[in-house]
Design a protein. Sequence first.
Length: 182
Amino acid sequence: MVMTELPIKKAFTLIEPGPVILVTTNDGKRNNIMTISWHMVNEFTRRIALTTGSWNHSFETIMKTKECVICVPSVDLAEKSVRIGAVSGIKVDKFKEFRLTPLPAKIVKAPLIAECLGCIECKFLEYIEAYDILVLEGVKAWINESRKERRTFHAIGDGKFVVDGKVIDYRSLMESKLPEGI
């Protein structure tokens, strides 16, 4: 077997996180949505980190309101999710433009997206400016059990995406490492 060198600037495509998420905000006047693929969960906690910065309208809203909702779209919303990320919420009402249904959240003012698999209402905890990392804490979670399409999709980072496939169950091998109730 031979390894071929990959340019270091493309190294992230080997481990790009996923799934692609839609983050909703409300600035007090209207709802907005941004698409994010750079995020991570902090172990088995409610803490979630995502990367965005001051160039993004939603970032400003999160910093002002200290809250947002993370929504997980399924693969049938992939093209729509990419298109959402290609336009500014300053210029476009993305809920209307992309025919998505905002649902009221219980704790935060930002809406859930009815068409998504699930949503996590989040409160802002910290901004790590050197790396443009927002640290959030989930305060309420929702799942859409009626969704027939349950596969998510993951950005590779070069404009291509990978779709979830077959589930492999190794729970019995990890049982001692999982927190109670997971």
